[in-house]
Design a protein around this ligand. Sequence first.
Ligand code: BG6
Length: 471
Amino acid sequence: MDKDRFLWGSATAAYQCEGAWSEDGKGMGEWDTFCHSEKNNVNPVTGDVSCDHYHRYEEDIRMMAEGNQNTYRFSIAWSRIIPDGTGAVNQKGIDHYNKVIDTCLNYNIVPNATLFHYDLPDALAKKGGWENRGTVDAYAAYAKACFEAFGDRVPLWTTVNEPSYYTHCAYAAGNYPPNIQNFSRRSRAAYYLLLASARAVAAYHEKKYAGQIGLVHDAYPIETEENDEANRKAGYNAELFFNKWVTDCCLKGFFSDDLIEKLIECDIDLSFREKGDDLIFHKGTVDFLGLNIYDRQYVKPYQGGKTEIRMNNRGKDNKVRAGMRIRNWFETAYDENVQKNEWGMEIYPKCIYNELTEIKRQYGDIPLYITENGVGLYESPDRTGTVQDDARIAYLSGCIDYMLKAKEEGVNVRGYYVWSSLDLYSWINGYEKRYGLVYVDYDNGNGRVPKKSYYWYRDLIEKYSNHNEEE
Ligand code: BG6
C-alpha cells in the first residue's frame, strides 16, 4: 500500500449486508438470534438475505472500483471463521474472505478489514458475551486465525468497531442485543472489548505483519449550550463519556484518572479490573485511529434526576425526541437552528473539522481515517429510475470540505470512507433508513442502482487525485 496516497472508499459491515446467514458452515450470530426472536419488535426484519453481498461481492467491489474508490472497509463475521466462537476454524469462512480480499486486490482496492462489528457468535453470547472475560480469550484466538489467514494481503486492520456506541446500545439504551440497561454492566462489557482490542493489537505487532492495526471509534466533538462553568463541566463529562475512555485507552494505553474518579463517584462497579490488564493496555496501543463521525453531541448540565436514554429507531414515526439525560454527567441540548434528518441526526458537517482538530490537540499526529461518514434518508428511484439523493451529496460534500480543511491545517488524516457502499440493513432501524451510494432494490432481486451520489463521489475522487498529482 502506498502510504502517501490518500484513500477514498466506502464501508459496510458483515451482518448488515452479507445475508447467507446459515451458509457454508456459518454459526449462529447474536444478531441472527435476536432478529429471529420477538425481542426484535421495533422494525422486525432480519439480515438473513439483506443485500446478498455474500454472493454479489464481486459486482459490488467492481462498482466501487468503477466509482474510482481505492479502498473498501468491510467486516469479517466471527461466526463464519469460528462458528461456535471458540474451537475449530471453518475453512469455508476463510475461503469466502480470501475471495473478497483477492477481488479487492484485483481491482486495486485496499482492503480494510474489521474483526468485530457488533456480531458476536451466539454461543459466546449465551455464555455472558462481552461481560465474560472468557470472550476476550476467544476473540484473541479468532483475531490470530484472521491474521494468519489474511495478514499477508490486508494492510489495514480494525480490531473493534465502536466499543462506545455498541455497548451504549447493547447495555445502556438496551435496544441492541443483549438488551440490557445497566451502566455497571455496560462498563464491564466495554472494558473487555477494549482489552480484547489491545490483545489483538499486541499479537499483530508481535508477529511483525507488514500492515497497520487500529480501532474504530464513534467520535463526537462536544459542544455546550452555554459557555458558563456548569456547561463547561457538563461538556467535559460528555467528552469523558463519549470519547476519552476509548481514545485514551487505545492511544495512550491507560484510562484517565478523571474518568475512573467519575465512574467511582457514580457507583459504577469496577471490580472486573485485574492486575496485569494495565500491561495489556500499555502494549496494545494502535497504529491509527479510525473515526466514525456523523454529527456532534450538543449538551448542557444535568444534575440529580433520572438517567434516561431515548433512541429514535422509528424515523418519521418516532414519537419521542432522541437524546439522553445521564444523571450527574450531562443531558442532550437541542439547537433549533440546526436541521435534522428524520431520525434526529443533526446535519452539521463542521463536526468533522471540530473532531479532527480536537484529536490532534489531545493526541498529536496519530494517523487518522474517517472510517464512516454519511446520512440516513428515506429514498426511492424517481420515474427515470434515478435516486436523486441531493441531500446526501450536500452533507457529504460539506463534511469532506471540512476534512480537507483540517488536513490542510496539518491534521494527519489519511483516508475517508462513506457509510455505506450500498444500502444495507440499518440494525434495528430496518431497511428503510438508507445510507448507500448504491440503491438496493430489495423487492426486485436485490438489484443495484448507483445513486446520484455515487457519480458525484466518483468525480470528486478523480478531481482530487488529478489535482494532487499535478502539484
Ligand atoms: C455506525 C455503525 O455507528 O453507524 C454502522 O458502525 C451503522 O454499523 C451506522 O449502520 C449508521 O447507524 P444506523 O443505526 O443508522 O444504521
